[in-house]
Design a protein around this ligand. Structure first.
Ligand SMILES: *[C@@H]1O[C@H](CO)[C@@H](O)[C@H](O)[C@H]1NC(C)=O
Ligand SMILES: *[C@@H]1O[C@H](CO)[C@@H](O)[C@H](O)[C@H]1NC(C)=O
Length: 333
């Protein structure tokens, strides 16, 4: 599209687009006392309430895209649970720990954190259906060992966590999402792994430096929205679709919106097999191999993304075999 431009013109174009995108309008900056930036529709929905700390569950009404509204996660029967203890026992979790709230308590639970903490999980955390993990207002790191997994579960919100330095885990026993101890096979070192999961909203997390990938959506998972996250320092960033032979992923629908990729992301933002992804309004700050890729006849709609190519290395945005639709509104080469 911009191929007729000279090199220096392209550079100017990149800067102009960056300025347009990142300069807040003065009027809206005045209106928003909270951060001085124009907020996107998700953030405006909760953050423009100065008392949002008193109304945590209202967040559930703010989701968009294929996850839909997360209103199944709230209501009269909602249990409020506060994590007070950063320790972890994978088979006999103590009350006050994250694992007790996320795996043992069944039904609707809204998990918040008492204070800043670093949680080093001893085994993957299996999150049960109708659970929200809400890290707003505190600095919560899940880091340096096992990380998050959603296995055969639905209606889950993961918001405001810093998940990094996740490591592969050997097979072993772990508290299952039904509150019963179960054997779990070997897992790769992903920050968040979805296996046969649906209606999942992953919003405002910071994910980086994991041994495998940052986010895997696999084995028939669908109805997923990935929004407002910051992905950085990673080779394989986001995988949608388990493997070439996993035909059930034909039905996968994923929305990827308002995310920030980079610096130092290499590839798979996302890489998709089989299903459908709507990739919209994301910001790509460079890559090494490619930004968006896919195989096995996936469909991908790329809309209003900002691609800022690396100064050296591959300038190719896509790496696709038989993709169906693609439209870019602001490619910068
Ligand atoms: C995904 O969402 C659609 C629309 O709400 C729904 O019809 C479908 O059953 C959902 N799929 C799964 C596997 O939950
Ligand atoms: C995925 O979304 C499309 C509309 O974009 C819809 O027709 C289809 O039924 C959805 N699939 C599932 C499994 O929800």
């Amino acid at each position: 599209m911009a191929s007729h431009l000279t090199h220096s013109n392209q550079y100017v174009l990149a800067i102009v687009i960056a300025i347009i995108v990142f300069t807040p309008k003065l009027t809206s900056a005045k209106k928003s006392k909270i951060i001085g930036l124009k907020m996107n529709v998700i953030d405006k929905c909760w953050r423009s309430d100065p008392e949002w700390r008193k109304h945590h569950p209202q967040l559930a009404t703010c989701s968009m895209g294929y996850a839909g509204k997360m209103t199944n996660n709230i209501g009269e029967d909602l249990v409020h649970y506060k994590v007070t203890d950063p320790s972890d026992d994978p088979v006999n979790p103590k009350q006050g720990t994250l694992r007790y709230g996320a795996s043992v308590i069944q039904g609707k639970v809204w998990i918040t954190f008492q204070r800043d903490m670093v949680i080093r999980l001893m085994r993957p955390l299996l999150i049960s259906s109708f659970t929200t993990i809400d890290g707003r207002g505190v600095n919560v790191h899940i880091a340096h060992n096992a990380c998050l997994m959603i296995y055969k579960a639905t209606n889950i919100i993961i918001h405001g966590l810093r998940i990094h330095h996740c490591k592969p885990q050997a097979p072993g026993m772990v508290m299952g999402s039904n509150g019963k101890v179960m054997p779990l096979g070997q897992v790769d070192g992903d920050a968040i792994r979805l296996v046969t999961a649906s209606k999942i909203w992953i919003d405002h997390n910071t994910l980086y430096n994991c041994q495998d990938g940052l986010l895997d959506v696999t084995r028939g998972s669908t109805n997923v929205t990935v929004s407002n996250n910051w992905f950085r320092f990673q080779n394989k960033v986001m995988l949608l679709g388990h493997d070439d032979g996993y035909i059930r992923d034909h039905k996968m629908n994923v929305t990827v919106v308002y995310n920030h990729f980079g610096p130092n992301c290499n590839q798979r933002m996302p890489r998709i097999r089989h299903g459908y992804a709507h990739v919209v309004n994301n910001m790509y700050l460079g890559w090494l191999q490619y930004a968006i890729g896919g195989s096995m006849e996936p469909s991908l709609k790329s809309e209003a993304n900002l691609f800022i190519a690396p100064t050296s290395g591959s300038k190719e945005v896509i790496n696709f075999s038989n993709f169906i639709s693609n439209s870019y509104s602001s490619i910068v080469f």
